[in-house]
Design a protein around this ligand. Structure first.
Ligand code: DGY
Length: 334
């Protein structure tokens, strides 16, 4: 029996890669840099399955180029803003993602960024390397306290809650916004508020929202104007949630104290970006989920979604279940 043809836009981690190679006729993009859109259009021609990363724009043109045999799109990420999900749904193609397994690693990294920005870890390290550190002094590189501070979580889904659990161990007061009412978590003492209240009261604002039409540019000049001058902003969600020009102004004018971003527009951020000239801004290369176990698990889940879709089975994690009929069969699998 012929194995199904699939395209993987990058190598995934073992043992998931072997799992895919054994069951499929797999074309794996060999480079570190993702395929260009043109290359993507070429390589997907005639495939039954596509396994992609958040760096790949999977639009209607890609689905069209793949042809009517395309049965599944498996995104190796929890966020699917790089995939035109409505276009996939119109074609009856299920789209898979990898929720859950990156929650703790992302929450850990959010906290790492929050602490690094609040306590000037990166600025201090730079001073040590450059010889800028002259002596121990009482007012050198002062930063914000955590105990008793208010953490404002924009988005209280899996990752927001995991950050809240950590914050509660640090003795922080927790407030949050979320589109679903009464999204609170027992035992956490977290209070749901309006965004305006959160921005005015929080000492730390951390973003945990998917990128949607509503959240694009949410953190703009108006939002920064409401924040405390001592506040720290952390973004481990998606770059476009923050208006970077407005953030630059807010940081350069000390309207807010500091920011730490794991995600930017674009990625990678060009080395001449004005944000990189600021001492009070830390930029990480989108690595919040980059722990060994998490990336292995993300690879496994992406492979399982791909293989299920190829067999015409319900994907274990599907973002557009409306493609299935009453018997769990997607239109693309017919
Ligand atoms: C995701 O899975 O959406 C994350 O951004 C990867 O870290």
């Amino acid at each position: 029996m012929n194995k199904p043809k699939v395209f993987l836009t990058r190598r995934i981690l073992e043992p998931a890669l072997t799992m895919v190679m054994e069951s499929c006729q797999a074309d794996v993009w060999p480079d570190e840099i993702p395929p260009s859109h043109e290359k993507l259009l070429e390589r997907v021609r005639g495939v039954a399955g596509l396994l992609c990363l958040l760096t790949d724009r999977i639009d209607a043109e890609v689905m069209q180029a793949a042809g009517t045999g395309l049965k599944v799109i498996s995104n190796c990420a929890v966020g699917v803003d790089n995939v035109d999900v409505p276009a996939a749904s119109r074609r009856g193609i299920p789209v898979g993602n990898t929720p859950g397994v990156l929650t703790e690693a992302t929450a850990d990294f959010t906290f790492a960024l929050m602490m690094a920005a609040a306590r000037q870890v990166v600025a201090g390290e730079r001073q040590v390397r450059s010889g800028g550190w002259k002596t121990w002094s009482l007012d050198y590189l002062l930063g914000a306290d955590f105990a008793g501070a208010t953490l404002g979580l924009v988005g209280f889904g899996r990752i927001g809650r995991a950050v809240a659990r950590r914050a509660s161990g640090f003795g922080m007061r927790i407030i949050f916004t979320d589109p679903s009412p009464a999204a609170s978590e027992p035992g956490l003492n977290a209070v749901q508020v309006e965004l305006d209240t959160l921005l005015r009261e929080a000492d730390f604002v951390s973003l945990h929202t998917p990128l949607t039409a509503e959240t694009r540019g949410l953190m703009n000049a108006d939002a920064f104007a409401k924040m405390k001058p001592t506040a720290v902003l952390v973004n481990t969600s998606r770059g476009p949630v923050v208006d970077q020009a407005a953030l630059y102004e807010a940081l350069a004018s000390k309207r807010i104290f500091a920011a730490a971003l794991d995600v930017t527009v674009p990625e990678p951020l060009p080395t001449d970006s004005p944000l990189l000239t600021l001492e009070n801004c830390i930029i990480a290369p989108h690595i919040a989920s980059a722990s060994w176990q998490t990336r292995r698990e993300m690879s496994r889940m992406a492979a399982e979604n791909l293989l299920a879709g190829l067999k015409g089975e319900h994907l274990p994690n599907c973002v557009n279940p409306e493609v299935y009929d009453g018997h769990g069969v997607s239109r693309a699998a017919h």
